[in-house]
Design a protein around this ligand. Structure first.
Ligand code: G3H
Ligand code: 13P
Ligand code: ZN
Length: 315
């Protein structure tokens, strides 16, 4: 497998272990050296398996060669369990390109297509990926949230359990992202009392036993980060995430991969804003980027420990 030369692994074993022991693998998005170092160091220091997630737009931003050089620079050891994952790949070509440059896991997100077309495209990606020992995630239902390339509507469509069973049987994918009320971005819910649809998760997990289920849009939007941003010139007043107790509940019920991007963005922004307002005369980027990096590192340690429960899970 091409990805082995970078010390990467696919997600098969890490998901099997997480499901057997009821914890989750954190999939943290990154887009530059700072966020990569912050997230990978947090995983290393907590002895946690981790998924380094790269969206199509983040790949565009970093460029193939720069990204893979940075992954090489991690110098992963055989004791570590790190997957490099394409997040929300939207076409066969996008997934194949990621696999060909060294990704060990890809997501084909054809959830905007009609069900049968989603099945056909996801199955095609699975066939290409499995021939190269790369694992594949797909999605059915619509995860709401900010309208960008990764979400298709302000409204969401919960995953139909019957569709989930048929989809897995016909595509041969390795994991499935389901829509149970999470959404991408920092504005996920109108009130703290809103509950995820645990009834849907329960039925899917019951009917697909030991099959890895994935939660996108799962940032908890920590209040301290939002407050720090707002107190230092930002304006994120109605930001609200998924309460951590609901995330833990979802893990106990069968979710074994939790996707986090927004929380890292908030942490980075909070660190940079704080440093800039406390030291207005400072203009060395290493200073404020360093504070952003530390904030992402601390947030990742916190989520690995208190949400994923994936510390000391390396075998
Ligand atoms: O779910 C998507 C992630 O938040 C990535 O977003 O395309 O802006 O990198 P992005
Ligand atoms: P958040 O916006 O909640 O961090 O979700 C990230 C995600 O799902 C990446 O695929
Ligand atoms: Zn997502």
């Amino acid at each position: 497998m091409f990805y082995e030369k970078f010390g990467l692994v696919n997600t098969a074993e890490m998901f099997a272990h997480a499901m057997a022991h009821r914890y989750a693998i954190g999939a943290f998005n990154f887009y530059n050296m700072e966020t990569l170092v912050a997230i990978s160091t947090a995983a290393r220091e907590t002895n946690s398996p981790i998924i380094l997630a790269v969206s199509e737009s983040a790949l565009e931003y970093m460029g193939d060669d720069m990204l893979m050089s940075m992954i090489s620079g991690l110098k992963l050891s055989t004791n570590e369990r790190v997957a490099l994952h394409l997040d929300h790949g939207h076409s066969f070509e996008s997934c194949a390109r990621a696999i060909d440059i060294g990704f060990s896991s890809v997501m084909i997100d054809a959830s905007a297509l009609p069900f049968q077309e989603n099945i056909a495209l996801s199955a095609r990606v699975a066939e290409y990926a499995h021939a190269r020992d790369v694992t594949v995630e797909a999605e059915i239902g619509i995860i709401g949230g900010h309208e960008d390339k990764n979400t298709h509507a302000a409204n969401q469509l919960y995953t139909n359990p019957n569709d989930a069973i048929e989809f897995v049987a016909r595509t041969n994918v390795d994991s499935l992202a389901i829509a149970i009320g999470t959404s991408h971005g920092a504005y996920k819910r109108r009130s703290d009392s809103e509950q995820l649809r645990f009834d849907i998760l329960r039925e899917i997990a019951y009917r697909l036993p030991n099959f890895p289920l994935v939660l996108h849009g799962a940032s908890s939007v920590p209040k301290l980060l939002v407050d720090t941003i707002n107190e230092n010139g930002g304006n994120l007043n109605t930001a609200r995430g998924i309460p951590t107790d609901q995330l833990r509940q979802a893990i106990l019920m069968g979710i074994c991969k939790i996707n986090v991007d927004t929380d890292s963005r908030l942490a980075f922004t909070a660190g940079v804003r704080l440093e800039m307002s406390e030291n207005p005369n400072e203009f060395n980027p290493r200073k404020y980027l360093g504070l952003g990096t530390s904030a992402v590192y601390e947030n990742t340690i916190n989520e690995i420990t208190n949400i994923m429960d994936s510390t000391d899970r390396l075998r």
